[in-house]
Design a protein around this ligand. Structure first.
Ligand code: HEC
Length: 418
């Protein structure tokens, strides 16, 4: 019952996170687009009022005329709309989900004893430290003299983020590491809104209301942080969908793949931002595509099952099938799957915390095992992310048998020799 209830919390939290995320990133994309499409005002009286740029658009059956003031209008309007709750609710729902899936379920999703033997409590403490520490270090950097040079700042941020990706991947399961990396950047983005952009805007509004000119630093700092947020967006969105792609987070070099795809994402954003401004250099997008194609080519699953020769993913439990002395058959594969997988992947899972077969994947019958052979091979041999967190202690010898069976055609009447 508890697991079923948790599943509902998960569903509602994810739904909310998705909706608020669309609202946030949608409005953020819109304002970046708007900013980059402004034209000089046509009417000279607008220029006198301090309008620096304007834009006409048509949407949903109506015409819109947006004007941007170079600094601020002489008088504030009665109603002024702020955009902040989109960001805050995205963060809150995201933290809720992170805590529910990866912290409450740390044993399953966050800790992987073949990566690092952490207790759930320590793992959660490390995860939260990354979220808080990431923001503190980033914020310090942006306030330091180093931040005056955007290129230097960008280089340092890149190195620090690479270090963070590497460290997380040495501590957590692949997907746990990825999600904490994404949550760390997401936290930086929302903290930028909460601690820098919105307070700066408040001061600007207060100064305008008092008839003073707002101090330029508030505008400049706010702009710097919102530029960073723009380039963080695509990397964070990749991380949020990455848990569907074990080929990325399940790879031995998962941290390099993470950084490479994030760089590609940032480059794609660079291209679109430049495109809005009318500059049409295609190099950022070419660079992004080259990176993505290279990653795809480099991590392509190798057909030969040599993955075990220098593997350090040895399970702690005893081998249930003696691969050295006996010839194998499909019956052995069935025993292995029954022992290591079926407690979760069954029509009625016995493993605590799983009210239904995860991913809808079930191995109740030999026929189902055969039908799912290529997915089993992918998860158990290629990426080794199943059994999740190696909770059922699958051994390398067992993975080898699954590998041999699969490479011999994954038949129900398989008899193997090696
Ligand atoms: C402790 C529970 C548990 C055990 C044991 C387990 N799995 Fe899974 N499995 C999961 C969860 C959770 C997911 C869903 C992951 C996600 O959310 O994407 C999953 C997903 C899968 C998928 C679907 C992946 C996809 O996205 O296509 C396959 C295939 C799979 N497991 C195979 C196996 C095999 C084979 C074994 C045994 C060697 C195994 N699992 C053991 C929990 C488990």
């Amino acid at each position: 019952m508890e697991a079923y209830f948790v599943d509902w919390l998960n569903l509602l939290g994810r739904w909310l996170h998705f909706i608020t995320g669309i609202a946030w990133i949608g409005s953020s994309f819109y304002f970046v687009w708007l900013d980059n499409h402004l034209q000089s005002p046509v009417d000279s009286s607008d220029v006198q009022k301090g309008v620096g740029g304007e834009l006409w658009s048509v949407h949903g059956g109506g015409f819109y005329h947006a004007q941007k003031y170079s600094v601020s209008p002489a008088e504030l309007p009665e109603t002024l709309h702020w955009f902040k709750w989109e960001a805050y609710t995205t963060w809150m729902s995201g933290m809720f989900l992170l805590a529910l899936v990866y912290w409450y379920g740390a044993e399953i999703y966050l800790v992987d004893s073949s990566v690092a033997n952490l207790s759930s409590g320590i793992a959660v403490a490390i995860g939260s430290a990354f979220l808080v520490g990431g923001w503190l270090i980033y914020d310090l950097l942006c306030r330091s003299p180093l931040a005056r040079n955007e290129k230097v700042l960008g280089g340092i941020l890149f190195l620090l983020l690479t270090l963070a990706a590497w460290t997380l991947c040495q501590l957590f399961s692949g997907r746990g590491a990825y999600i904490h990396f994404g949550a760390m950047i997401g936290t930086i983005m929302v903290a930028n809104v909460f601690f820098v952009i919105i307070p700066g805007q408040r001061r600007m509004v207060a100064a305008t209301a008092a008839g003073n000119t707002p101090i330029p630093a508030d505008g400049i700092n706010g702009k710097q942080r919102s530029v960073h947020n723009t380039f963080f967006t695509l990397p964070v969105l990749f991380v949020m969908i990455s848990n569907h792609y074990a080929m990325t987070y399940g790879h031995p070099f998962n941290w390099i793949i993470l950084i490479a795809i994030c760089v590609a994402g940032a480059l794609i954003r660079v291209y679109f931002v430049a495109r809005h401004k009318g500059r049409q250099s295609i190099w950022p997008i070419v660079g992004a595509l080259v990176i993505l194609a290279s990653v795809a080519a480099i991590i392509v699953p190798r057909p030969a099952g040599s993955t075990f020769a220098n593997s350090d993913h040895s399970g702690a439990g005893g081998t249930i099938v003696d691969s050295a002395t006996q010839p194998q058959s499909f019956a052995d594969v069935v025993v292995i799957i029954k022992e290591r997988c079926v407690n979760c992947h069954a029509s009625q899972p016995s493993f605590a915390g799983f009210p239904a077969a995860p991913g809808g994947v079930m191995f109740d019958t030999p026929e189902q095992i055969v039908k799912e052979s290529s997915r089993i091979h992918q998860q158990v041999v290629v990426t080794k992310i199943m059994p999740i967190g190696n909770l059922t202690k699958m051994t390398d010898a067992e993975r080898l048998i699954v590998d041999l069976w699969y490479r011999d055609g994954a038949n129900i009447d398989w008899v193997g020799e090696h």
